[in-house]
Ligand binder design. Structure first.
Ligand code: 0K2
Ligand code: SF4
Length: 315
């Protein structure tokens, strides 16, 4: 048996669960304790199959739309937020609902409402079709917001009353791409109103800065996260742009294509805000089977953010 090759594993810190994800998962767990199974959840509570499967095993039922929730059982809205029409529909059916929308997503919703009340037309920087974008757009009447996805969209936008524009953003975007889009909007519409505080959240910001640090000194990077997780996909892009071209998204250790890692001496590992730490550990264990591993952590900052549970569940 030939000796195993050496592999230096470099973990990014912070990585993995953010305060909004911790809170959303706890809401489902506490609701199951308080009301008993089944508890319905509209949309994946967070974009991670491992998390969803575990909660399903505990008695949660995941559905795409409220119509699929039977009368008389509680329903939880996912961390990504929902259009206003969703709680309205729940109320009209007398359904008991718990809102697991991250408070930082709700903050963007309130910002959009404030701009709207001031008579502004709102530009939402984000990705079409993402549940957070659908939720944010659904805070205001149709036609109140225009989605800007790219620099090209920002260059092409025509608006008759440029003094009346404001922008808000999705919370999980690329910091660098968004800065470029904002630069274009501010050049073209100098009086555009900006959010009071950056809409891209602390967790997205820290994970992107931290992956940059490990990308500088590793030959390849694995990002734990789901294909439909916006913030996780952004981490792969950031790592590649930082020069670590062998950067890939993996859901679990079994997804790793080891042939692409042949010859590497160092491997960076991080995880999106919806990916549990146990999946990082699984990947490290899989590396130990193939290499002589050393593990170190590079810390950008320590996070200490927590959010309160909704009052129905606060003990
Ligand atoms: O990054 P996404 O918005 O796609 O969502 P998840 O992967 O579920 O991460 C949690 C963030 C939820 C809201 O910001
Ligand atoms: Fe909240 Fe940010 Fe986490 Fe989304 S990524 S749940 S906005 S803390």
């Amino acid at each position: 048996m030939p000796d195993k090759a050496e592999l230096r594993i470099v973990l990014a810190n912070p990585r993995g669960f953010c305060a909004g994800v911790d809170r959303a998962i706890e809401i489902v767990e506490k609701a199951l304790e308080k009301y008993g199974a089944p508890v319905y959840v509209r949309h994946e509570i967070v974009h991670n199959k491992f998390v969803v499967d575990r909660l399903r095993d505990m008695g949660a039922v995941f559905v795409d739309e409220l119509d699929a929730v039977p009368d008389g059982v509680p329903v939880i809205f996912s961390a990504h937020g929902v259009p206003k029409s969703v709680p309205e529909a729940a109320e009209s059916r007398n359904l008991q609902y718990l809102d697991a929308t991250c408070p930082l997503v709700s903050k963007v919703h309130r910002g959009a409402e404030r701009h709207h009340a001031d008579g502004k037309h709102i530009l939402l920087i984000g990705h079409a079709g993402h549940p957070e974008v659908i939720g944010t757009m659904g805070q205001l009447p149709p036609g109140s917001m225009t989605l800007i996805e790219t620099e090209e969209d920002a260059e092409k936008l025509e608006y008759d009353h440029p003094e009346n524009l404001a922008f808000v953003t999705q919370t999980t975007l690329s910091l660098d791409d968004t800065a470029k889009i904002i630069e274009i909007l501010q050049r073209r519409f100098p009086s555009i109103s900006v959010p009071k505080k950056e809409d891209i959240c602390y967790a997205t910001t820290n994970r992107q800065h931290a992956v940059k640090l490990i990308a500088e000194q590793t030959d390849a990077i694995l990002v734990l996260g789901a294909p439909n997780s916006s913030n996780s996909n952004r981490l792969v892009e950031v790592a590649k742009r930082e020069g670590c071209l062998k950067s890939v998204l993996v859901e679990r250790a079994k997804d790793i294509d080891w042939s692409t890692l042949e010859g590497i001496k160092s491997l960076g590992i991080t995880a999106g805000a919806s990916a549990p730490e146990v999946l990082v550990e699984e990947v490290i264990d899989a590396c130990r089977e193939r290499y002589n591993v050393t593990v170190e952590t590079i810390t950008l900052t320590d996070e200490n953010v927590t959010f309160k549970l909704p009052r129905q569940l606060a003990s």
